[in-house]
Design a protein around this ligand. Structure first.
Ligand SMILES: [Zn+2]
Length: 141
């Protein structure tokens, strides 16, 4: 009976960062904490991983994992799977698309000059944002 009550009662937790009371479904699970959920809510963590510090830490952790026994085993398994073929196919396709867009952009640039029609290129800039950050820096000049 007690167990049933616990299941049916919505459980809340206060986020360590934004200090808001949120439902447990707003938190990712974390084996290392006492209650099994992250200390920060999903929104706060997403923001953190997007920040420069978060990205740096994430990069380091990914590298460390890739060098560990578990990581090596996991990548070996991935290399032997069909998932890899699918990934490569998608990767090549999006890569090609990005190159095509970039070529198009440079062609227009040659024709009209650096600063003209920048506004009309905004959608293309937005499109490239997800694919190539370096290009965006050029467009914003
Ligand atoms: Zn939060």
């Amino acid at each position: 009976m007690v167990e049933l009550d616990q299941i049916s009662t919505p459980q809340y937790k206060r986020c360590a960062r934004c200090k808001q009371l949120k439902l447990l479904m707003e938190y990712w699970s974390d084996k290392n904490t006492q209650d099994g959920f992250c200390r920060q809510c999903k929104g706060c963590l997403t923001e953190y991983w997007k920040s420069a510090k978060g990205r740096e830490i994430n990069k380091r952790a990914t590298k460390k994992y890739a060098q560990s026994a578990k990581g090596i085993l996991c990548s070996a398994r991935f290399r032997a799977s069909d998932k890899r073929k699918e990934y490569l196919k998608n990767y090549t396709q999006s890569g090609r698309l990005a190159i095509k867009e970039k070529e198009r952009y440079h062609r227009i640039q040659d024709e009209y000059g650096w600063h003209s029609h920048i506004d009309s290129w905004y959608p293309a800039a937005r499109f490239l944002e997800g694919l190539q950050t370096a290009t965006i820096v050029e467009i914003k000049v």
